[in-house]
Ligand binder design. Structure first.
Ligand SMILES: *Cc1c(COP(=O)(O)O)cnc(C)c1O
Length: 272
């Protein structure tokens, strides 16, 4: 598949072909999502557009009436998100799903059409997001998910399962700029490739949700959302209770290699 990485390089017909591909891909994902989910509980698709050009996002945004997909896009890198949010339509709902650093919270929360942050994993970060949000009187509360490290891998961010309730309570009680909406996990890659057995990370996240929705005062378990499932495993995630899935490569194609992504991310760090 040839993927034009920027508008300047792509001809008109290449852009059109690319848009058709993206529309076909998202339509297929939306169809599979609706098959996997119950009609009474619609599941939100966040199209993960990290490291993909704004022209791709715009193509899907412009096709939103045809695809019936509200514009929800997910990004991992703060600098990239800031640039895209600035140049793309204000009607887009942005989701920050990447590893969140305390010193970047201010920049993230200052994006007016930021819809949700999926990766809150400390009181300090929650406080910073909340304070920033409150400093803009016109901004609505920022929806947040508590990221849980369900796989126990040291490389993964997120709170320990046992600390989830405390952080969720802190957000509810001490962060007036935030609205706690749910829990998020990434999970171990190996598990998502194992089609035989139910994904333990998804089971763990659901179990935590089932333990804490009541102490948090939610009317029912499903009022505490679950953000889980990516390209490899979103259908299974929905079967195990996901209310939001984050799908990137199945829609946009493969991303540049991790090394390039890391370079981009560290370039971003030094720019800030
Ligand atoms: C990149 C990313 C995704 C999307 O991954 P795909 O496998 O491309 O669908 C989802 N969630 C998070 C947290 C990510 O970083």
């Amino acid at each position: 598949m040839s993927t034009p990485q920027n508008c300047e390089a792509a001809s008109d017909s290449e852009m059109k072909a690319r848009a058709q591909d993206l529309i076909a891909n998202i339509t297929s994902v939306l169809g599979r999502i609706s098959k996997a989910s119950s009609p009474t509980r619609p599941v939100r698709l966040v199209a993960v557009s990290k490291l993909k050009p704004s022209s791709d996002i715009l193509a899907l945004y412009n096709a939103r009436e045809q695809t019936k997909q509200e514009p929800h896009f997910g990004e991992n890198y703060v600098q990239e998100l800031m640039e895209k949010a600035k140049e793309l339509p204000q009607e887009i709902n942005w989701h920050f799903i990447g590893g969140l650093q305390t010193d970047k919270c201010k920049k993230v929360a200052a994006i007016p059409n930021l819809y949700a942050v999926h990766s809150v994993d400390s009181e300090k970060k929650a406080n910073k997001l909340s304070q920033t949000r409150l400093s803009f009187p016109d901004f609505p509360k920022l929806r947040v998910f508590v990221q849980v490290n369900t796989s126990g891998e040291e490389s993964k961010s997120g709170v320990e399962p046992a600390e989830t309730l405390a952080l969720a309570k802190h957000i509810q009680e001490k962060c007036p700029g935030l609205q706690l909406v749910g829990l998020m996990t990434i999970g171990a890659i190996a598990r998502s490739k194992d089609a035989e057995n139910p994904n333990e990370d998804f089971l763990t996240l659901k179990k935590i949700r089932d333990e804490i929705w009541e102490p948090l005062g939610c009317p029912g378990p499903e009022d505490l959302e679950l953000s889980m499932g990516m390209s490899e495993d979103y259908e299974q995630a929905i079967e195990l209770g996901a209310t939001t899935v984050r799908v990137g490569s199945t829609i946009f194609g493969l991303r540049p290699k991790k090394a390039d992504a890391a370079a981009k991310s560290s370039a971003e760090e030094s720019k800030a």
